[in-house]
Design a protein around this ligand. Sequence first.
Ligand SMILES: [Zn+2]
Length: 331
Amino acid sequence: MEYFDLPTSTSSSSSSTASQATGWRGTQHATITLEEGEENVPTPVGTPLDHPNAISISTAFHPSLAVDDCPPDIIIVSSDNVHFYTHRHRLLAASANRMGNLIPSDDAEASATPITVAMPHPSPVVNIILHTMYGQSCVHYLPTLEMVEVALDALALSYGVPIQPSALPNQPIYTLLLSFAPYRPLDAYAVAGKHGLEEAAVAISSHLLAYDLARLPDSVSQKMGALYLKRLFLLHQSRLIALRNILYKPPATHPPTVMCNEVSQQRMLRAWAFAVAQLVWDVLPSASTSALQALLEPVGAAIDCPYCLAALHRRVQEVVYEWSAVKSPDI
Ligand SMILES: [Zn+2]
């Protein structure tokens, strides 16, 4: 998240200096500190206790942010004392309950002087909440999945903001959740399931084909809910059934020849059946086509007949083609 640290003093006519410091994951802060009788010295962003004369201001929601030609009229202060300058009309348009009644209904006074509202969440969570309410992406702040989950819970349960529209493909929450899919697919899927964000859950589930469902923790199952748990199992099951159906069709036989009669052809069919039985037992729904190819081609190792070998080769190619055509995740 990007913040400015600004002095609370009103005599800030001197120039300011910006620097960056690290904070939350992926957080960047610009620091502007004014001390009495000193030059402005860039300092790392700390707690208000470290710098009692400084406050932190979000650079995304800063005092100059005009929206629909309106200056900010509500200052939201996070639990770690970062100030977010926001717009009453945007917040009210997104929230069905005046943000859990945090926003007072006294419109007349609010237009004259910005009011200050405290939110009980840390700034990275408030940042996600506000970006979502403004329909903006905050994926570049790299919040943790835990922060995203807290923000989604707060939006849906406390602040009367429906999050499903923001979780449609290419919308902010969808993009944010998908950003966790490559390395935390199960947790991201559970968060999506918890809030019934179907499109996001479907997209994330393509990263779960290799997951061993036997290891699914109770807490995660509980979080995603019965419906999305069932869909995850069905996804795995349907892929395995599709694979089984593809594999159970053996290579074609050929008319008996001098060197390969029906009995010898049975040998190849038995070798195929044996390989398939092993595959079906071991294989995951995420099996790659090249892995299947590598497991099936050795079936021809002990076969001399060129017709049988050609039929085996054709069948392996068909398996590869059919498996690659199996539609992935449509839960
Ligand atoms: Zn043959």
